[in-house]
Design a protein around this ligand. Structure first.
Ligand SMILES: O=C(CO)[C@@H](O)[C@H](O)COP(=O)(O)O
Length: 212
């Protein structure tokens, strides 16, 4: 299991130190919120650049914005591994093309209420499916068990068709819910408050990484 701590819950007054505490993770999950697509604002390219320059980890960027196309260049750094955009946002096809032109891996996410089948035409061409297990916008929410069926669905399609995407889960992930995700085919767990509220985050990452 790969682990992507969500930096949203970090203490940004000591960003460098916070990044050091999660350096054993596979990715840093960076949540970008524009106050339109979701009812919250996080931060933009300038802060993300500081994150990028202060970590050896790869970045896993999740754009919760209405018009992702105009932000792709701003979030393409040398260590940007994935940029994930929402099916529900504007200009999806053009945005996917732009991410690929920038030589970054493409992720697509769906909100909890969106039918999983809408992603069918995209699955053969993308690198990651992000299953939201909370309503996007805030950290610290309760895991929605209805997301498990979606993980299983994408996992079965992946096996059946030999697709290459990762199945990432985001929201309310802890040791208990993470185990359910692992059993249903998740390959990357995003964890925010669970890890950042821990004294020993290295141990927390190890615990989640063992789940299968
Ligand atoms: O994208 C989001 C919320 O919109 C997430 O990445 C959260 O930041 C995860 O936080 P926890 O639920 O793990 O506290």
């Amino acid at each position: 299991m790969k682990i992507a701590p969500s930096i949203l819950t970090a203490d940004f007054t000591k960003l460098k130190k916070e990044l050091e505490t999660i350096e054993t993770a596979d990715y840093i999950h960076v949540d970008i919120m524009d106050g339109n697509f979701v009812p919250n604002i996080s931060f933009g390219p300038a802060i993300t650049k500081q994150i990028s320059q202060n970590t050896k980890n790869l970045l896993d960027i999740h754009l919760m914005v209405l018009d992702p196309l105009k932000w792709i260049d701003g979030f393409t750094f040398s260590n940007t591994e994935y940029i994930t955009v929402h099916y529900e946002s504007n200009n999806l096809d053009e945005t996917i093309k732009k991410i690929k032109q920038n030589k970054v891996k493409v992720g697509i996410s769906i909100k909890p209420e969106t039918d999983k089948e809408v992603l069918l035409p995209y699955l053969k061409d993308i690198d990651l499916v992000l299953v939201m297990s909370v309503e996007p916008g805030f950290g610290g929410q309760k895991f929605m068990a209805s997301s498990l069926d979606k993980m299983q669905y994408f996992s079965e399609l992946k096996k059946k068709n030999n697709y290459n995407y990762e199945i990432e889960v985001d929201g309310g992930v802890n040791l208990e819910t993470g185990l359910l995700c692992a059993k249903n085919g998740a390959t990357i767990l995003v964890a925010g408050s669970y890890l950042f509220n821990m004294e020993d985050r290295k141990k927390g990452i190890e615990g989640l990484a063992c789940l299968k």
